[in-house]
Design a protein around this ligand. Sequence first.
Ligand code: AHG
Ligand code: MN
Ligand code: MN
Length: 346
Amino acid sequence: MHGSAAARWSAMKPISLTRYLIEEQHAGRINADLRLLIEVVARACKSISIAIGKGALGGVLGEAGTGNIQGEAQKKLDVLSNDILLEANAWGGHLAGLASEEMDHSQPIPDAFQRGNYLLLFDPLDGSSNIDVNISVGTIFSVLRCPDGVTSPGDEHYLQPGNTQVCAGYTTYGPSTMLVLTVGHGTHVFTLDREVGSFMLTGRGVQIPADTKEFAVNMSNQRFWEEPMQRYVGDLLKGKEGPRGKDFNMRWVASMVADVHRIITRGGIFSYPLDSKCRDKGGKLRLMYEANPMAFIVEQAGGAATTGYSRILDLAPEGLHQRVPVILGSKSEVDTVTGYHHEKAA
Ligand code: AHG
Ligand code: MN
Ligand code: MN
């Protein structure tokens, strides 16, 4: 390309998600099927964003009157978002199957459509308790390869450790709608241009600051936590006069997507630890479509994610809806809280 034209063209920033994905494909980092998959998920998220934006006028608020396999009451928007993602992804030929927080079991792509080589898992609407009070909610997704030779995948084919994910992302439906994405080469942030209808790259290769003075945890569960977490948060609360030698600030949105997005933007530590109320279930957050994709995104942004004892991405999954304790965010702070857990174990 002629020099001045190239300069003029590259000055047209920011670039769209479509162009970003084409460039990733040309660089050999993703193939055409994965590009299509991400485009389709992003398009579905735009539809979800529009539905959420209508609020009370769209008749989308409130309870659906149904429950999911985890015993949680579904909101209308949980069901609607799930349906939007299912419909959008059924016919493109890029997937072998899908699994969701809102479906008891995974679903293979129907015989009527062509099947591809990827598996898609999602939390269609994260932070449902915040929908009716107009606080940010989100969508989280994870992409795995369908094992070789499997044409009609069952739940067991999804049980792959998080370190095998080929892509992970989330969309946050807040004051602006943003998509945060990794295909294993850094974490990138896109903002939805609502007039044009395109996600635009507004943060390439974002990095989470290693140190922080901000933590996110539901403090009302404090008395139910295990000893290492009690000690760690206790020391944070002692501030400047305590062993940490600095004052900490606290934030808790109760939408994991919003809390993680704050950490992606300015650092911090997020935790939903094990407590005596959720111990029998293994934790509160779900490994396959909450903890794993967020851990991948956070690690690709220079952060860390652990259960307190093990790296989240190295866990061997045992169930589609398995729950795990989650601690993630700024690297030094995650290392510090890991130290509290190992002191206990030693
Ligand atoms: P979901 O709405 O998909 O079920 O997830 C809600 C999760 C997560 O987003 C958040 O961090 C956590 O639940 C909040 O839990 P508490 O209400 O116990 O604080
Ligand atoms: Mn969720
Ligand atoms: Mn959800």
